[in-house]
Design a protein around this ligand. Structure first.
Ligand code: HXC
Ligand code: NAP
Length: 293
């Protein structure tokens, strides 16, 4: 067994209906595939209906599960309400919301127009808010318990990061919403959790964050203490666990899956990694020679 193996038992999500925003591509697609394999009904949603339909039929063929494609721009609350009603029409109920849709690109912040900044905030923060509010209102009104929301954030939600400032600002808001509602909505039987992935190569992210030859110039695996990028199945394993009943006592948590990447950047002396092993004897001697003076 290795880290790309599937983790949960076959029927771990049987009977659950899960809505995955941005489920037509990248990490959303990988998580959707695994949820279907574990027996869930999955609704995938984004702006591009053709892409969604292609993904849904591809995943239904491989997994033999039920995957519904519904067009929805998460920036618009009425489209989110339509997503909810289409889900209920097809599957009768919904148990899990996975806020995975995002927009992002690198840019010096002073180059951004007001609309460029708004666009990212609207997709990431307002979109996650729209979905969470619509689904939460529904669960509370119907007195449906054992529901949960999983938000995909980033490690710069708490460290911040230059050159992706709208995304960092929005993801920080999503994390605050996760923790706030974990407390407020627990009484209704709604759990809220988040995952903060490190680098997991996808076309959507790499085209916008490492365009041209930047992917070679800034090899992301070199920033990770484990010296590799993430595998999509590793993330899918964690997401499946967090939306399943096995994690029933986990609420308000953000789980980082980044091979130690953000801590490497944070620790003040982590740069000493560059010192060759053979130099340590000499350095130790130099320090000890100082004695107690
Ligand atoms: C400066 C830019 C820009 C750029 C767009 N804009 N790209 N400004 N530099 N590179 C500006 C436009 O000029 C416009 O402002 C405004 O942003 C909106 O652009 P539109 O193209 O009209 O928006 P829209 O069609 O809604 O597309 C949204 C998008 C696009 C975010 C710009 O990239 C998209 O659809 N992205 C979805 C997928 C995605 O981003 N995936 C990556 C997630 S990765 P003006 O003023 O001209 O009107 C991620 C990973 C994080 O989050 C961590 C990784 C390790
Ligand atoms: P991706 O394939 O580009 O996924 C983003 C998805 O969001 C797309 O399917 C896109 O579909 C959808 N989307 C964008 N705007 C939308 C809108 N207004 N309404 C509805 N859907 C919209 O990139 P990814 O790498 O898989 O990213 C998935 C998630 O992981 C994001 O939350 C991202 O921030 C997070 N993440 C990724 C990494 C990484 O290394 N890949 C690291 C940390 C966090 P349409 O274009 O069809 O609308």
């Amino acid at each position: 067994m290795d880290f790309t193996a599937k983790m949960l038992r076959d029927d771990a999500l049987k009977g659950k209906t899960i809505v995955v925003t941005g489920g037509g591509s990248g990490l959303g697609k990988a998580m959707t595939k695994y949820f279907l394999e574990l027996g869930a009904n999955v609704v995938i949603t984004s702006r591009d209906l053709e892409k969604l339909k292609t993904t849904a039929s591809e995943l239904e063929n491989v997994t033999k599960g039920n995957c519904l494609a519904v067009q929805c721009d998460v920036r618009h609350y009425e489209q989110v309400e339509n997503l909810l009603s289409e889900t209920l029409k097809t599957f009768g109920k919904v148990d899990v919301l996975l806020n995975n849709a995002a927009g992002n690109f690198i840019s010096p912040t002073e180059r951004l127009s007001a609309n460029a900044f708004d666009t990212i905030i609207d997709i990431v923060l307002k979109g996650s808010k729209n979905c969470t509010l619509a689904f939460g209102k529904h669960w509370i009104k119907e007195k449906q318990t054992n529901c949960n929301v999983l938000n995909i954030v980033t490690t710069y939600a708490w460290t911040g990061s230059g050159y992706v400032v709208p995304s960092a600002t929005a993801k920080a808001g999503v994390l605050a919403m996760t923790r706030s509602l974990a407390v407020e909505w627990a009484k209704y039987g709604i759990r809220m959790n988040a995952i903060a992935p490190g680098p997991f190569p996808t076309k959507g992210a790499w085209d916008r964050l490492l365009p041209g030859d930047l992917a070679e110039k800034f090899d992301m695996s070199k920033k990770v203490p484990l010296r590799r990028v993430g595998d999509h199945q590793e993330l899918a394993n964690l997401a499946a666990y967090l939306v399943s009943d096995f994690s029933a006592y986990i609420n308000g948590e953000v789980i980082t899956i980044d091979g130690g990447e953000w801590l490497q950047g944070a620790g003040q002396f982590n740069l000493l990694e560059k010192i060759p092993q053979e130099m340590w004897d000499m350095l130790e001697q130099m320090i000890k020679n100082k004695g107690s003076k």
